[in-house]
Design a protein around this ligand. Structure first.
Ligand code: ASP
Ligand code: MG
Length: 408
């Protein structure tokens, strides 16, 4: 049993939908049971959001979900028709029909349960089942959506509920790359990447998979593969679990980066208990997410406190600090820089190899790139640098860690 998820570009026109149909027919002919999960046609969800905004500047979330869930309802019907035209038995379902039950957090709902009975019965009767991605229904019967890119999560969740053998994510790239090929043309497609690395890559800026889908796959041990819907052959990238991954033994799997960083420093804060809380409490109350945090060693009873936020939230965070925090805690001043970027090297091999950090820092130093902040986890090292050196940093790191070459 295979779940195949097709993204918006893969179903962007009747011609492309016919391509999807041909691929599904091919797999069906090999004897597989197939569930297809589809996104809306490319651009459609954006078009629907824009329509909603013409009616209401801040669209009511329940009504917004009512509107934007329709894109996928169109594509499931079209895919089913295409399959029938090829002589296959096919049946489409909306999320509510399946039924995919979610919480009531409109526009970013989480899946609570999936009723797999109808799907299993249809599969047993020889149908290809086509399910609308991105949507569900809450306990009161309201239609909900799962957040942008949410069809990935639907695909993985259905695969988990059905205990499918594999979940294939078809997209417009042919897999997960060592870094963005637009920045480094020598970037290579990875044959496999561990689930944990994928999670880091997704949260650090690689946009191949919705992060929730990766979390879901990890939790339920779904075998996940990213493939191109425009190529006939090719194995894409398999997302594996570390203990099974004997295929590719590189120490570093990839370089992730993110341009949307902004750095804020509160200078001259008293070095005493409660200060971190008094700075970050109001920031979190303003609903601003904080990423890296650094506090210096105090000198003469005062210290500096720095952290990063998403660039879109920079002004809001600066406002909160200047108006609510600075005088309250007796800080000297608040300075910020919204032209920063984050570069990360990611790899589970870091657990068993020393010297990765020093190699990264040396490589950046040789190019005269100043590191402003550093944070680490077991499998990644991230640095914040001036945005104008981002491309250079990604290129030299990609080379320094031999990512342009197939591992031996
Ligand atoms: N159509 C939705 C979106 O554009 C969901 C998806 O494509 O995964 O975000
Ligand atoms: Mg998508």
């Amino acid at each position: 049993m295979i779940v195949q998820k097709y993204g918006g570009t893969s179903v962007g026109s009747p011609e492309r939908i016919k391509n999807v149909v041909r691929r599904v027919a091919k797999y069906k002919a090999l004897g597989h049971q197939i569930v297809v999960v589809v996104s809306a046609m490319s651009g459609e969800t954006n078009r629907l959001i824009a329509l909603a905004k013409e009616m209401q500047a801040q669209p009511d979330p329940r009504e917004l979900d009512m509107v934007i869930s329709t894109g996928e309802q169109v594509t499931v019907g079209l895919v089913s028709m295409g399959l029938m035209q090829e002589g296959l038995k096919a049946k489409s379902y909306t999320g509510a029909q399946v039924k995919i039950t979610t919480d009531s957090a409109f526009t970013k709902a989480r899946i609570l349960s999936i009723d797999e009975q109808n799907i299993l019965a249809d599969l047993a009767n020889g149908y290809v089942v086509v399910v609308a991605g991105f949507q569900g229904v809450d306990k009161e019967g309201n239609i909900t959506t799962l957040g942008r890119g949410g069809s990935d999560t639907t695909g993985v969740a259905i695969a988990a509920a059905l205990h499918a053998d594999e979940c294939q994510i078809y997209t417009d790239v042919d897999g997960v790359y060592t870094t963005d090929p637009r920045v480094v043309p020598e970037a290579r497609r990875l044959k496999s990447i561990t689930f944990e690395e994928m999670l880091e890559m997704a949260s650090l800026g690689s946009k191949v998979l919705q992060i929730r889908a990766v979390e879901f796959a990890g939790k339920y041990k779904v075998k996940l593969r990213v493939l191109s819907s425009f190529e006939e052959e090719g194995d894409g990238t398999l997302i594996t679990f570390e203990e099974d991954d004997k295929m590719e033994q590189a120490i570093i799997s990839g370089i992730a980066f993110n341009r949307d960083e902004a750095k804020i420093t509160v200078r001259g804060v008293p070095d005493k208990p409660g200060i971190a809380y008094q700075i970050l409490g109001p920031i979190s109350e303003a609903n601003v997410d904080v990423d890296m945090i650094i506090q210096n060693v105090g000198v003469d009873g005062s210290t500096d406190f720095s952290f990063t936020v998403h660039r879109n939230e920079f002004d809001k965070a600066m406002d909160v600090l200047k108006n609510q925090v600075q005088s309250h805690i007796g800080a000297r001043d608040v300075v910020g820089d919204n032209k920063t970027a984050k570069v990360s090297v990611v790899g589970v091999g870091m657990r068993s190899h020393v010297g990765i950090a020093s190699k990264m820092f040396r490589t950046l130093a040789e190019e005269g790139i100043n590191i402003q902040m550093i944070s680490t986890s077991e499998i990644k090292i991230s640095v914040v640098i001036d945005e104008k050196y981002l491309e250079l940093a990604v290129r030299v790191l990609h080379k320094a860690f031999d990512l342009d070459q197939e591992p031996a």
